[in-house]
Design a protein around this ligand. Structure first.
Ligand code: SF4
Length: 333
């Protein structure tokens, strides 16, 4: 199976439950950013995500309330660096008690001191390590030497200890497809359970010109499709085709809702036009139809999985061929 069976089943249950209720829009994933404190300042990261003070983090109660309010079956904990969050164990326990699935998105630098021996492996917990290339590239993107070696050390130990592990690779302008394949080959050899790739997006607060234009994204993803069958990519084949410019979808920004220390972020994971104090203000306040249309200039170069993987799912019923392809992708992966 491409994804753990229980995770795939819970995602389908979420879709069936909401469809039966006649809901057109509903969250698939909660991006929970409990803190904007980080032990790195990566070049591709927005400034606010690594300059926050620990004292300004979300409370444990607010984090768990966000899990309840969103109703999303999957919670992706990012930040900031989530292993710095002092209440991490209680947070993970609370999410698991609620029978949700967790992706702990980490740079892996603190896994040995904050996770191993303190937080046991669990079928609902995936450790998702940020890895943007091989040693030279990753250390460059992370703006510090030695980060790659430490991340690989953490990844190997996590696999040895029995955690479900994935890597998350952002594709930048300079990323060479040969290096993408090298990373896939290398981490597959280590035994990681999945590889997520997404095109880097120009955040409003990132100055550096390292991001792809729509044309760059399409060219890179056309090559990625060629190598995709060799590795356990967690991006669906239809999403890869969308990123490669071979098909088109409206956005589904509501499928991946984001809660931060500043409130609920709208309209999407990437764009913080406004932060809302309450779930109701957020959910009823964002003009979803407008953002689905992608006509805003900020959407021009976007092909983020957080906006479009749900669009793949929403449009499956239009094509029996796509339904068969995605079932085969899940089962044979
Ligand atoms: S296209 Fe991208 S930037 Fe625009 S709303 Fe969707 S996810 Fe956000």
């Amino acid at each position: 199976m491409r994804l753990p069976l229980h995770l795939a089943v819970d995602q389908v249950k979420n879709q069936v439950r909401n469809s039966l209720k006649g809901q057109k829009r509903y969250p698939y994933v909660l991006m929970l950013e409990p803190l904007y404190t980080c032990n790195l300042a990566c070049l591709g990261c927005s400034t606010e995500r690594h300059t926050g003070k620990l004292k300004d983090r979300m409370s444990l109660e607010d984090c768990l309330a966000a899990v309840d309010e969103s109703g999303a079956p999957t919670v992706s904990i990012c930040g900031g660096e989530p292993t710095i969050y002092p209440e991490l164990k209680e947070l993970l326990d609370g999410i698991i008690e609620r029978k949700r699935h967790i992706y702990l998105c980490t740079n892996a630098l603190l896994l040995d001191t904050k996770v191993f021996g303190k937080i046991d492996p669990h079928k609902r917990l995936t450790i998702n390590v940020h890895l943007d290339g091989m040693k030279e590239t990753h250390d460059f993107v992370c703006n510090r030497e030695g980060v790659f070696d430490k991340a690989i050390e953490g990844l190997k130990e996590a696999i040895k200890l029995g955690y479900h592990t994935t890597i998350n690779m952002t594709i930048f302008k300079e990323t060479k497809v040969d290096e993408i394949e090298e990373v896939c080959e290398f981490v597959s050899g280590l035994g990681v359970h999945g590889i997520l790739m997404s095109p880097g997006y120009q955040y409003e607060s990132v100055e550096r010109d390292m991001f792809l234009t729509r044309q760059d994204i399409q060219t890179k993803f056309q090559r990625i499709i060629e190598i995709s069958s060799k590795y356990r990519l967690t991006s669906t084949p239809m999403f890869l085709e969308f990123a490669a410019g071979m098909r088109d979808y409206p956005c589904s920004p509501w499928s991946t809702v984001t809660r931060t220390p500043l409130g609920w972020k709208g309209p999407c994971y990437l764009i913080g036009k406004r932060y809302y104090d309450t779930w109701d203000e957020f959910w009823n306040g964002v003009d979803w139809e407008y953002w689905e249309s992608r006509k805003d200039p900020l959407c021009r170069n976007c092909a983020m999985h957080s906006g479009f993987e749900a669009s793949v799912v929403r449009n499956l019923h239009r094509s029996p061929k796509d339904m068969v392809r995605i079932a085969a992708w899940h089962v044979l992966g």
